[in-house]
Design a protein around this ligand. Structure first.
Ligand code: SF4
Ligand code: SF4
Length: 191
């Protein structure tokens, strides 16, 4: 009778992932072993600085909770918690919750201890117009970052292109001049 009753999971039940962003070296072993292709390496910007390595984003629409990714992680960055319960009202916004970059195990543990109901640690994922993601955790705290790109290679920074001679010329042509040019061309055609 969700959400009025809770079912105690077995010890070490394979629930949601946790991730220590500092320990993660972006090797993508987790992504390579994942049989469900549920992991996408993701470049994050935290406090205005791009993380040196990409981190896994886990899609719970695909994940089978086999935890192969956790077993293969060479640094112990990826882990899992017994928390297993995620249900929503089903709005488009709620679906954001099912595809996340996992958060630090200590925080997940703290929330599990505080609420003791094995629910997903994030209540809402807000996506701002400037690309900022805000994780609203169950205790009212937030985690903010930007997603700069996906894949193993770092995202390319957009480089400002120099205007070529032609484009510069075009820019300088005023609308009135343009009309005059068209008229002259028409006259020539008539002749
Ligand atoms: S979570 Fe582990 S396996 Fe995955 S990229 Fe980070 S260090 Fe590598
Ligand atoms: S638990 Fe299994 S299915 Fe889910 S992300 Fe990890 S390797 Fe993929």
């Amino acid at each position: 009778k969700i959400p009025f009753e809770k079912i105690e999971p077995a010890p070490k039940y394979r629930g949601f992932h946790t991730l220590d962003w500092k320990k993660c070296v972006g090797c993508n072993f987790c992504g390579q072993i994942c049989p469900a292709r549920a992991i996408e390496m993701t470049w994050l910007e935290v406090d205005g600085k791009m993380e040196k390595r990409p981190h896994p984003k886990v899609d719970y629409g695909r994940c089978t909770f086999c935890q192969f990714c956790v077993d293969v992680c060479p640094t112990g960055a990826l882990g899992f918690t017994e928390a297993y319960y995620l249900s929503t009202g089903g709005s488009e916004e709620d679906l954001e919750l099912f595809n996340w970059v996992p958060i630090h195990p200590d925080k997940v543990r703290e929330l599990n201890e505080k609420f003791g109901d094995y629910r997903f640690p994030v209540e809402k994922i807000e996506k701002k117009a400037d690309g900022t993601y805000v994780y609203h955790l169950r205790d009212g705290s937030t985690i903010e970052f930007k997603i700069l790109g996906y894949g193993i290679r770092p995202p390319k920074k957009p480089t400002p292109t120099k205007p070529t001679a032609k484009t510069a010329e075009k820019k300088e042509t005023k609308p009135a001049e343009k009309k005059e040019n068209v008229k002259q061309a028409e006259k020539k055609e008539g002749a």
